[in-house]
Design a protein around this ligand. Structure first.
Ligand SMILES: C[S@@+](CC[C@H](N)C(=O)[O-])C[C@H]1O[C@@H](n2cnc3c(N)ncnc32)[C@H](O)[C@@H]1O
Length: 323
């Protein structure tokens, strides 16, 4: 399935449970919670990753193109502050589209693409290798919710951790702090973190981005049920559910849910749950930050110096954090 030249480090979650039984357990536990929840990392099977790519091209979905414009406008400044060489490590790399631009700017010796979606990652890395023959490109299938073990032979010198797309927004504040602390542990004084942050803005703009007119985000959310059916052997009927997305201003986050259209029973080996009509499964949070609050969070995680660039409307920020 994967070429022999691919180096894979498969993540092991803490304890000795293998990854798929830990995932099954996590999903089943979440389905039995009140309210039920499924972690957003399970959006990304091959179809989910492809649907996300489609979302990035939607008129309503401003984050991808706004972040790309910020990188384009301030790339030279970012490159000057980071310096050439070293290793770029992208987390949640997806299609590696943004890393491609970054690597052209920084000319690193190596690039590691970390993602949970193995097959999609493999294809993205194959494309990147074909386009950049001089660059050492390695895929790493890993779950950022746990400790990510980078390849043992990866140089520590001048590591640039790249976490674009405001994916940090999927983590609740304490989890976001823990993730930033883990990032800090992966670099030395000469390293840095370049991270994309979605900023607080008009509610109508936010809500449209997560509930587009063409229904692509709805398809992305509902595809989760097909993925979960394969992962735990459940019998969700996606047609019996609808996509719900709204901004929770008190928590400063977009919430996505799946809502049962009628009373329905879902079963899986070892468990089952009755959902009432209108009952929801919480599938994603996407926190929106104020820049000052995010700087403070970075400070608590051990990053002392921060530079930030934003677009003219202040919708999105790219932050360079150094120890
Ligand atoms: C919102 S997409 C962002 C993709 C790309 N970096 C961008 O900015 O457009 C999130 C990416 O992170 C990956 N991902 C989601 N949860 C993850 C996790 N817990 N561990 C590792 N990768 C994860 C997904 O497979 C997907 O490629």
């Amino acid at each position: 399935m994967f070429p022999a030249s691919c180096k894979f480090v498969t993540l092991r979650t803490e304890g000795m449970m293998d990854r798929s039984s830990a995932e099954r357990q996590e999903i089943c536990d979440g389905l039995l919670q009140q309210p039920a929840r499924i972690a957003p990392k399970y959006f990304y099977d091959v179809r989910g990753s492809a649907l996300f790519e489609e979302i990035t091209r939607l008129a309503e979905y401003y984050p991808t193109r706004t972040e790309a414009a910020v990188m384009q406008a301030h790339g030279a400044d970012i490159a000057q502050k980071v310096g050439a060489g070293g290793t770029v490590i992208e987390f949640g790399a997806g299609s590696c589209e943004k890393a491609r631009v970054l690597c052209r700017l920084l000319r690193p010796q190596g690039f590691v693409a970390v993602d949970i979606s193995a097959e999609f990652l493999h294809d993205a890395v194959a494309r990147m290798r074909a386009e950049s023959p001089g660059l050492d490109v390695q895929p790493l299938v890993a779950d950022l919710c746990a400790v990510v073990e980078l390849p043992a032979d990866l140089p520590r010198r001048k590591r640039l951790l790249f976490y674009p797309g405001s994916s940090i927004g999927n983590f609740d504040p304490p989890q976001a702090l823990a993730l930033l602390e883990r990032f800090r542990g992966l670099i030395d004084a000469d390293g840095a973190l370049l991270i994309g942050i979605d900023l607080v803005k008009d509610i109508a703009v936010l809500e449209a981005a997560y509930d587009d007119a063409a229904g692509v985000t709805a398809a992305f959310n509902l595809n989760l049920l097909d993925h979960v059916n394969r992962l735990i052997g459940s019998d969700f009927e996606p047609a019996g559910w609808r996509h719900v997305a709204f901004y929770n201003a008190a928590a400063s986050r977009i919430e996505m849910h799946l809502e049962a259209l009628t009373a329905t029973r879902v079963s899986w080996p070892g468990g089952r749950r009755q959902f009432a009509a209108g009952e929801r499964i919480h599938t994603e949070n996407s926190y929106k930050y104020r820049l000052a609050d995010f700087h403070a969070l970075l400070g608590r995680a051990g990053f002392a110096r921060c530079d930030a660039w934003t677009d003219p409307r202040h919708w999105f920020a790219v932050v360079l954090a150094q120890p």
